[in-house]
Design a protein around this ligand. Structure first.
Ligand code: CAP
Ligand code: MG
Length: 434
């Protein structure tokens, strides 16, 4: 009879008695075993493949390497906590962290589904990253806005305007009482709207709007491109007197974002993070990477704000998910939210604004503000440009809806003395968009 030697060692990556060390990184995963696999085999494989292991025992395994193993130490139904030793991670290298904690494991045949929900970082790890430039307080100070959400809009249709048309729509947006004009995620420097022309014209119309309103006006201009081009664009934006740029954070990737955060911070530029493509890995609640974890990554890397959903608009994202993201971005100490996020002490790392956008119009403002309160960036785009009397009236209607919420009165009550809001409600009512 042939007796086989032990070939698997996944069990060595599971220890339900393990107490995480102070500087361990703790990851929370949701998992579903593939057919024929038991829980211990699966969580052992997740810990192994994301730290030091391979599929078989090895001829050479120096004992000192034992302490680099990740340990699955807490299993609760389909949820597992895994502790990763601090030494496993390179200081200040977010790309490397993802290669381990969010790398090969998603493709393992042993799991039917696997979702990285959150990672709790020790302060020692966070200290290697810059975090946001000024935080929510610093941005409110820059803008001189203290008692309401920051308001912005994307010219729509999202692509097609010339630089001049874009800047003119922007001017109308600012004149209606909005603070920011935002580029759309797929607008960069196409033949019909060149980046340099857009920046210069937006600067001209911004100055005009500031002069006429006496308020500070700003823009989130999309610099997304290869790194060298982004650097040039950031400088151009800065030289035209803007203090913000916009980046499509997922398509740029962690390494690109880290480089660009250095560039932008050195130029004293705030950064608006658009999350285009995130749903490719955040939408399936059983598999992929959670939106909370993406938001956390971006606060660590240093964005000033990132899209976080509406709960009532045209795109997916639950109210609980929004609450978890908001706590991750806005708190100095994020409390644990079971199945959504772990507790996180942020030390001295600054806060970031959540951004609510997608299918919003004045009638939905109270619903969104009920979820977020005032500490957010509220973007209403189609919902202002589609107003029966155009962009400026649409922005005014949105400002009136925000005022109504903060005055504690209904939109209908406010609309009695505010005709722009009345007109918006006549067109859209309080319908939820799709
Ligand atoms: C909003 C938007 C944003 C989405 C992104 C758009 O426009 O500009 O890209 O909000 O989604 O193109 O849809 P509307 P999210 O206000 O006209 O819908 O914020 O969920 O990442
Ligand atoms: Mg968009």
């Amino acid at each position: 009879m042939i007796t086989m030697a032990k070939i698997e060692w996944y069990d060595e990556f599971v220890n339900l008695k393990y107490k995480p060390a102070k500087d361990d990184l703790i990851a929370l995963f949701y998992f579903e075993p593939a057919q024929g696999m038991n829980v211990k085999e699966v969580v052992g494989r997740i810990a192994s493949e994301s730290s030091t292991g391979t599929w078989t025992t090895l001829f050479k395994m120096p004992p000192r390497m034992k302490k680099l193993k990740a340990i699955a130490y807490e299993i609760d139904g389909n949820y597992v906590k895994i502790a990763y030793p601090y030494e496993l991670w390179e200081s200040g290298n977010m790309a490397q962290l993802y290669s381990g904690i969010a790398g090969n494991i998603f493709g393992m045949k042993a799991v039917k589904n696997l979702r990285l929900i959150d990672v709790q970082y020790p302060l020692k790890y966070l200290k290697n990253f810059r975090g946001p430039l000024s935080g929510m307080e610093g941005i409110r100070k820059r803008m001189g806005i203290y008692d309401r959400p920051l308001l912005g809009a994307v010219p729509k249709p999202k692509d097609g305007f010339s630089a001049l048309e874009h800047a003119q729509v922007g001017y109308e947006t600012w004149m209606g009482g909005f603070d920011f004009v935002k580029d759309d995620e797929n607008l960069s420097s196409q033949s019909f709207n060149k980046f340099e022309d857009r920046v210069k014209l937006l600067a001209k119309y911004r100055d005009k709007a500031e002069k006429e309103t006496g308020a500070k006006k700003s823009a989130f201009i999309n610099i997304t491109a290869d790194i060298k081009t982004m650097e040039k664009r950031a400088k151009l934006v800065k030289n035209n007197g803007f203090d913000y740029v916009m980046l499509d954070v997922v398509v740029i990737g962690n390494a690109g974002m880290q480089t660009m955060m250095d560039v932008c911070h050195d130029l004293d530029l705030e950064t608006h993070g658009h999350r285009a493509m995130h749903s490719a890995f955040t939408r399936n609640m059983k598999h992929g990477i959670s939106m909370q974890f993406l938001a956390k990554t971006m606060r660590i890397l240093g964005v000033s704000q990132i899209h976080s959903g509406t709960g009532v608009g045209k795109l997916t994202g639950s109210v609980n998910e929004i609450k978890s993201i908001s706590n991750i971005l806005r708190e100095k100490k994020t409390p644990e939210m079971k199945k959504f996020n772990l507790e996180q002490d942020w030390g001295s790392m600054k806060t970031a604004f959540p951004v609510s956008s997608g299918g919003l119009h004045p009638g939905l403002v109270p619903d969104v503000m009920k979820i977020y309160g005032n500490d957010m960036n509220l973007l209403v785009s189609g919902g202002i440009h589609g107003h029966p009397r155009g962009t400026r009236a649409g922005a005014m209607a949105t400002v009136q809806a925000v005022e109504a919420f903060n005055e504690g009165i209904t939109l209908q009550e406010k609309a009695k003395t505010n005709k722009e809001l009345a007109e918006a409600l006549k067109k859209w009512g309080v319908m939820k968009t799709k």
